[in-house]
Design a protein around this ligand. Structure first.
Ligand code: UT7
Length: 319
C-alpha cells in the first residue's frame, strides 16, 4: 500500500509585487541587490483581510478538483503554517469548515519552511497504516504579517500563498521514502521570538534572521536529507527526475544542486516569481511544474525543505 498524490493545486493572492514596487513603498532596496543575492523578482502579498485558511481554501479546492474528488470524501486534513489565522482553533479546522467537510481528523503542523515536507510525511504514515484513506495536505502562509517592513534584510525575501495535494491510499506508487529531522539548538538563527500574554505581545512579533548562518545550515542539510531519502528508497540522486527544494534563495538551490552532483535543469525554481512562501513554497512549485507539464506520471520527484527550528525534511515520490 502506497500513499499517492492524486491532485495538486495552489493559489497566490493579488498581483505580483516587484522589487521596484517595494522600493516605491519605502523599502530602502533595489532590484539588482535582491535579484543577485536571492533570485527573487516578484512575490505576492495578501491584503489584510485575507488569512492563511482563505488561501488554503482556494489551493485545496483546486487540488480536490484535480483529483476528481470532493471535500466530503476527506478523512484527514493536515495544514502546515507558521502564520495561522488564530492561536486556536487550528487553521486546519477553519479550512475544514470552509470546505464543508465534517468528521475528518484535522490539525496543523508547525515546522516553518519544512512544514509541507513534515505534513506530507505525517500524512503518508497515516495512509500507509491503513487508518486513513484520503488526505488533503496543505502549506499556507501569510508571511507578510510577520515581516518588519523597516528591516530590509528580511522583508524583501518573503511572500504569501498556498499549495495543496490530495494524498490517497493506492496500490501504485506513491511516496517511496521520507526523512525528517530537527535540531532545536539552532532556534535563534531564524525565529519570531514573541508571544501573547495578558492581552499583549511579549517579545518581538517580527521575523528575525541571521541570513548567513541560515544559508550555510540550509545547504548542508538539504544535501544530506536528499541523499538520506534516496538511500531509503534504494536509488541514487542521479535517478531523480525532478527536485523541488524549498524556494528560499536561488543561491541555496544552486549550491545544493552542486553538492548533490545534479544539474540545475532538474530543479523546479519558482523563487523568482513567488519569493519565499515558507510552508507553501514546495506545493506551489509542485503545482506549477505539474500544470506546465514538466512533471509527468511515473517521474521520480524529490521534495525537500528546511526552516526555523531548525527543521528539515524530504519526501521522495513517484508521481
Ligand atoms: O527559509 C529560509 C529563509 N532564509 C533564507 O533563505 C536566508 C538565507 N540567507 C541569504 O539568502 C542571505 O544571507 C541574504 C540574502 C539574506 C543576505 O545576503 P548577504 O550576502 O548575506 O548580505 P548581508 O546580510 O551580509 O548584507 C550585505 C549588505 C549590507 O550592507 P553593508 O553593511 O555591507 O553596507 C546590507 O545592509 O547588503 C545590505 N542589504 C541590502 N541592500 C539592499 C541588506 N539587505 C538589503 C536590501 N537591499 N534588501
Amino acid at each position: 500500500m502506497f500513499a499517492r498524490i492524486t491532485g495538486v493545486g495552489s493559489y497566490l493572492p493579488g498581483q505580483p509585487v516587484s522589487n521596484t514596487d517595494l522600493l516605491n513603498r519605502g523599502v530602502e532596496t533595489d532590484d539588482e541587490w535582491i535579484f543577485s543575492r536571492t533570485g527573487i523578482r516578484t512575490r505576492h502579498l495578501a491584503d489584510s483581510s485575507c488569512t492563511s485558511s482563505d488561501l488554503a481554501l482556494e489551493a485545496g479546492r483546486r487540488a480536490l478538483a484535480a483529483a476528481g474528488t470532493d471535500a466530503g470524501q476527506l478523512d484527514l486534513i493536515i495544514l502546515a503554517t507558521s502564520t495561522p489565522d488564530f492561536i486556536f482553533p487550528s487553521t486546519a479546522c477553519l479550512l475544514q469548515a470552509k470546505l464543508g467537510n465534517q468528521g475528518a481528523m484535522a490539525f496543523d503542523v508547525q515546522a516553518v519552511c519544512s512544514g509541507f515536507a513534515y505534513a506530507l510525511t505525517v500524512a503518508e504514515k497515516f495512509i500507509r497504516s491503513g487508518s486513513h484513506k484520503k488526505a488533503l495536505v496543505v502549506g499556507a502562509e501569510v508571511f507578510s504579517r510577520i515581516l518588519d517592513w523597516e528591516d530590509r534584510t528580511t522583508c524583501v525575501l518573503f511572500g504569501d500563498g498556498a499549495g495543496a495535494v490530495v494524498l490517497e491510499a493506492s496500490e501504485a506508487p506513491g511516496i517511496l521514502a521520507t526523512a525528517a529531522h530537527a535540531d532545536g539548538s539552532h532556534h535563534g538563527i531564524l525565529s519570531v521570538p514573541g508571544s501573547v500574554c495578558g492581552g499583549k505581545v511579549i517579545g518581538d512579533p517580527f521575523l528575525r534572521m541571521d541570513g548567513q548562518a541560515v544559508f550555510k545550515f540550509a545547504v548542508r542539510v538539504l544535501t544530506d536529507v536528499a541523499k538520506e531519502c534516496c538511500e531509503g528508497a534504494g536509488i541514487s540522486p542521479s535517478e531523480v527526475d525532478w527536485v523541488i527544494p524549498h524556494q528560499a534563495n536561488i543561491r541555496i538551490i544552486e549550491s545544493t544542486a552542486r553538492k548533490l552532483g545534479l544539474g540545475m535543469e532538474k530543479f523546479i525554481v519558482t523563487v523568482d516569481q513567488h519569493g519565499n512562501t515558507s510552508a507553501a513554497s514546495i506545493p506551489l512549485a509542485l503545482d506549477v511544474a505539474v500544470r506546465d507539464g514538466r512533471i509527468q506520471r511515473g517521474h521520480k520527484v524529490m521534495l525537500e525543505g528546511v526552516g526555523g527550528g531548525f527543521t528539515w525534511g524530504a519526501v521522495l515520490l513517484e508521481f
